[in-house]
Design a protein around this ligand. Structure first.
Ligand code: CP
Ligand code: NVA
Length: 295
């Protein structure tokens, strides 16, 4: 029985296997016996991850139950470990979206069924798998790609993407304000696998990029800091001038939801280089594959 809490939980071979299962899911071929029920235990809002996991289970022949954590006893102090013990009695998988990564780790350590990270403050690993799968689909390979992540370079998606990118042979550049640092532990882990460079110049950071990636400036749970963050990142908006520094055939990615006019302009989001809708669609295939892999 395996959990998927971090990109670190998978080897390169595991990721290749998941990508090939996702190819099968795309073709409508069977990816093995995944039956039973998935509990989606969510403390934070979601559109894509929730609906794609639910649809993935239906496509696999299983079921899912969505639990808004604020309506569960978790919100009244039942521990993550006890919650996981109880869910293990009733369902076959848990995908949890929580604030604190340590709560997810506690759930996993008490769970008798696979626990999947559907986003925490620290990581968004299912997203990183869908992102790298999309890059492979569009660019043919992940090997040798230069990925530039611009904006909030300390966010969960950046952490997971730097681990996944370097694992699969891509270089990553983190492009953000001078006085704002990425997560040092994640940079160190990613650097053991490949190249991670940090830039405060948008022109230099995006120079020669094959992939430009951005995410919201105000992640879920940071609403109180919204005004400060919008000011801090205001020069790191992905607009057509910024895109112009990358390669001519560079693609634009965003985990979504997008805040049009804030971290990305509509012109870029809806432009010819944008693969964001393909990227979002691939989440469901990757989740089917992941459930098949863990099941
Ligand atoms: N990308 C992503 O995780 O979107 P949701 O918050 O809508 O699930
Ligand atoms: N960094 C964003 C990702 C949303 C999918 C957040 O945590 O809100």
């Amino acid at each position: 029985m395996r959990h998927f809490l971090s990109v670190n939980d998978l080897s390169v071979g595991d990721i290749r296997k998941i990508f090939s299962l996702a190819d099968k899911a795309r073709r409508g071929a069977s990816i093995g016996n995944v039956e039973g029920t998935l509990a989606l235990f969510f403390q934070k809002p979601s559109t894509r991850t929730r609906v794609s996991f639910e649809s993935a289970m239906i496509r696999l022949g299983g079921h899912s139950i969505y639990i808004d954590a604020s309506t569960s006893q978790f919100s009244r102090g039942e521990s993550p470990g006890d919650t996981a013990r109880i869910l293990s009695l009733y369902v076959d998988f848990v995908a949890a979206r929580l604030y604190r990564h340590v709560d997810l780790e506690e759930m996993a350590s008490f769970s008798h069924i696979p626990v999947i990270n559907a986003l925490t403050d620290l990581e968004h690993p299912t997203q990183a798998l869908a992102d790298m799968y999309t890059m492979k689909e569009v660019k043919g390979t992940c090997e040798g790609l230069r990925i530039a992540f611009i904006g909030d370079i300390a966010t969960n998606t950046a952490n997971s993407l730097m681990l996944a990118a370097t694992k699969l042979g891509s270089d990553i550049r983190l492009v953000g304000p001078k006085n704002f640092r990425p997560n040092a532990e994640y940079v160190a882990m990613a650097r053991r696998q490949g190249s991670v460079e940090i830039y405060d110049s948008v022109a230099k950071g995006l120079d020669g990029a094959d992939v430009i990636y951005t995410d919201t400036f105000v992640s879920m749970g940071m609403e109180k800091e919204a005004a400060k963050r919008r000011r801090l990142f205001r020069h790191y908006r992905l607009d057509s001038r910024a895109v112009g520094y990358a390669k001519k055939d560079a693609i634009v990615m965003h985990c979504l939801p997008a805040h049009r006019g804030e971290e990305i302009t509509s012109e870029v989001l809806d432009g010819q280089r944008s693969v964001v809708w393909k990227q979002a669609g691939n989440k469901m295939l990757i989740e089917e594959a992941l459930l098949g892999f863990l099941g």
